[in-house]
Write a protein that binds this ligand. Structure first.
Ligand SMILES: Cc1cc2nc3c(=O)[nH]c(=O)nc-3n(C[C@H](O)[C@H](O)[C@H](O)COP(=O)(O)O)c2cc1C
Length: 208
């Protein structure tokens, strides 16, 4: 099949776009507003976009509590979603009124960031503390404004639980990160394997 998103002529019951951009990591973003309102919500339009300096981004489908908070305070934390936290992550996506913390609603423990005011979840096996570097609004090739708000943040602090490290490496199969797929589907990463790169291209010191 072939379709043009502009014409919405895929003929399928649901838009397949997000089901093709998989697996997506989940940025589970915790933030605090100028009035101290604490928030936690998942964003699977999330990824790393720079290594030095380390920068991550997430994209909000219009203005939400998270985008409001990060605009107000310029900081956020990104909590790692592992399989033990899947239910809490999903529950934290409920559209609670501004000022009602998803930490309380999901039973997670907020811990103040070491370098940022935004709290993070004590239960997370890894956390990135971030300072906002840029906020932009994407446009179509004809200049039409997307409703999305893309927030970039420099990672200024990284927490990793001791149990997540084995033999000096992050043990993916042990901590089982969760990925977002299409529709209501998720994938649990518990069968990671190694593949050597061609000679000259696979030095771990370079590729991380
Ligand atoms: C796994 C998952 C991924 C999500 N990814 C996004 C996303 O990338 N962008 C977005 O705007 N909303 C996304 N959502 C929906 C938001 O989490 C939801 O709108 C939430 O209420 C926003 O919370 P906030 O207003 O407290 O920021 C996602 C939800 C789930 C469960």
């Amino acid at each position: 099949m072939f379709y043009e998103p502009e014409n919405r002529n895929h003929g399928l019951p649901y838009d397949p776009f997000k089901a093709l951009i998989v697996p997506r990591p989940i940025g589970w973003i915790s933030s605090i507003g100028a009035d101290g309102s604490v928030n936690l919500a998942p964003y699977s339009y999330f990824n790393a976009v720079s290594t030095v300096p380390p920068i991550v981004m997430f994209s909000s489908d219009g203005e939400k509590d998270t985008s409001r908070n990060v605009r107000e305070t310029g900081e956020f934390c990104c909590n790692f979603v592992t399989s033990d936290l899947l239910t809490a992550m999903s529950e934290s996506s409920a559209p609670l009124p501004y000022g009602t913390s998803e930490f309380g609603a999901t039973g997670l423990t907020p811990v103040p960031g070491r370098l940022v005011r935004a709290p993070y979840a004590k239960e997370a096996k890894a956390v990135l503390e971030c300072r906002v570097t840029e906020i932009l609004r994407p446009k179509s090739h004809t200049g039409r404004q997307s409703p999305n708000i893309v927030i970039f943040g420099e990672v200024v602090g990284v927490h990793i639980a001791d149990e997540a490290i084995r033999n000096g490496l992050v043990d993916t199969n042990a901590i089982q990160p969760m990925a977002r797929l299409g529709y209501k589907e998720y994938a649990r990463i518990d069968a990671a394997f190694e593949l050597e790169r061609p000679p000259g291209g696979g030095d771990l010191a370079k590729i991380g």
